[in-house]
Design a protein around this ligand. Structure first.
Ligand SMILES: [Zn+2]
Length: 196
């Protein structure tokens, strides 16, 4: 039996508060993947899905994207988002409306990050492995302060990939790696150029 192939967001890393983009599209958008569930973040998560290239959603086998009041991991901790797949089955993406009573700072970005994990998982982690040297080369040039901001991602190639995917595809443009959008785009320019 295969276990869950699971990636979790322990926290909502972005530093900017604000409304999660309210540009949610109609049911026919997002490669036919409609967001279910409800609450404050539904439109923001649908906007994230709608911005993903259709072939990415298809390749990742994303069958459902759900917004829930909260998501609790197996350790009993609330998390912002989750991408999981059971064996070779379909991939589920979940995004919370809140973590420990606090609204997510960038629910669109969280959804995009989790979709990045799903695409990487579906590749057998080939994508994060092949991109890791390029992303590390960009990350190695960061200042000590920026490395501190990005530390959650730097410790794990899968997180590096998912966060770079968010930087490229999140329509909220609220930044990545703990930095604002423009700064992160500049510092990870080579990685972005190599990203799928
Ligand atoms: Zn992650």
């Amino acid at each position: 039996m295969n276990g869950w192939d699971e990636s979790q967001h322990p926290r909502d890393e972005q530093g900017r508060f604000g409304e999660g983009g309210g540009e949610g599209g109609g049911e026919g958008e997002g490669g036919g993947v409609a967001v279910s569930g409800g609450g404050a973040n539904k439109a923001a998560v649908q906007a994230a899905v709608n911005a993903i290239p259709k072939e990415h959603l298809k390749n990742a086998g994303i069958a459902s994207v759900t917004v829930q009041a909260t998501i609790v991991n197996q350790n009993g901790q609330q998390i912002a988002g989750l991408a999981r797949r059971y064996g070779s089955g379909p991939t589920e993406i979940m995004v919370a409306n809140s973590v420990n009573g606090k609204a997510l700072k960038d629910p669109t970005g969280t959804a995009t990050h989790e979709i990045g994990h799903a695409i990487d998982n579906a590749s057998g982690l080939r994508l994060s492995r092949s991109m890791a040297p390029t992303i590390h080369a960009d990350a190695n040039k960061l200042s000590a302060a920026d490395k501190y901001l990005a530390q959650h991602y730097l410790s794990n190639d899968r997180e590096l990939f998912a966060e770079l995917y968010k930087l490229k595809y999140s329509p909220s443009k609220k930044g990545a790696f703990g930095m604002g959008q423009k700064t992160a785009e500049k510092k990870f320019a080579k990685s972005l150029a190599a990203m799928i």
